[in-house]
Design a protein around this ligand. Structure first.
Ligand code: KIV
Length: 272
């Protein structure tokens, strides 16, 4: 049953904070286009991330690095058109914010102005603090992202669990505290030990949203195409599949091909 109704109250960054304060879990998914964003919104999701995972999922790149600001704005614009209730958060893509806080602000403003999205997300901690502060001071809500940050994949060299060692775990705790204190409205914690994610969640004011971070976070996020089983190759331990759309789509296409070949489609009722 859909939780969508005609009286739609928009989810805001404040709604997410209230949910954390009440101990109510936050459900977040990615989306990259109008049609699926509309369905995800109507399914009752709290927040949608127009993730730079669009680079993998939509464009077929191996990493999130190649996607451009223009491409993110294109995806975000399509998602915003399909959404009536959920908060729409957009990733600032690699290379548009890391080195220079003025450029970071310009990138964030372009996303907000051109797509109509409600917030942006950025990967990293202390090293991007200046950029985050500048963006926040322009009134743009920022979500942080710590742990396995895919834009740094060539620094990590692998997609294994992060912050298992004490030094990296302590740095992550410090970064999370800093992000929350400067005013980030949420923090994604990706692929870190569940005990660490719970510890961070209990320390920081901002809601934490986990992916591969256990059930102690304030909310969860998954990539839509992974959890619906459209993308079948990606099988990490943290992923639960809620549908097998790849099979449904391939069966549907196969049946259509058969019907066309044997002149079963279109039939008399399907013509003018
Ligand atoms: O780009 C993305 O989809 C993300 C989520 C995995 C958190 O950053």
């Amino acid at each position: 049953m859909s939780t969508y109704s005609s009286e739609i109250k928009r989810v805001t960054t404040h709604t997410l904070q209230e949910m954390k304060n009440r101990g109510e879990k936050i459900a977040m998914l990615t989306a990259y286009d109008f049609s699926l964003a509309k369905l995800v919104d109507e399914g009752g999701i709290d927040a949608i991330l127009v993730g730079d995972s669009a680079s993998n999922v939509m464009a077929g790149h191996e990493t999130t690095l190649p996607i451009t600001l223009d491409q993110m704005i294109y995806h975000a614009t399509s998602v915003v058109k399909g959404v009536k209730r959920a908060l729409v958060v957009v990733d600032l893509p690699f290379g548009t914010y890391q080195g220079n806080s003025k450029e970071a602000l310009r990138s964030a403003i372009r996303i907000m102005k051109e797509s109509g999205a409600h917030a942006i997300k950025m990967e990293g901690g202390e090293e991007i603090k200046d950029s985050i502060i500048r963006i926040l001071s322009a009134g743009i809500p920022v979500m942080g992202h710590l742990g396995l940050t895919p834009q740094s994949i060539y620094k990590f060299g692998t997609y294994v669990v992060r912050a298992k060692e004490e030094e990296e775990a302590q740095r992550l705790i410090d970064d999370a505290q800093m992000l929350s204190e400067i005013g980030c409205f949420g923090i994604v914690l990706e692929k870190i030990p569940a005990t660490l994610a719970t510890q961070v969640t209990n320390i920081v004011k901002a809601p934490t949203i986990g992916i591969g971070a256990g059930q102690g976070t304030d909310g969860q996020i998954l990539v839509l195409h992974d959890m619906l089983g459209i993308n079948q190759e990606f099988k990490p331990r943290f992923l639960r599949r809620y549908a097998d759309l790849a099979t449904i789509i391939k069966d549907g296409v196969g049946n259509y091909v058969k019907d066309v070949r044997k002149l079963d489609f279109p039939n008399e009722k399907e013509q003018y």
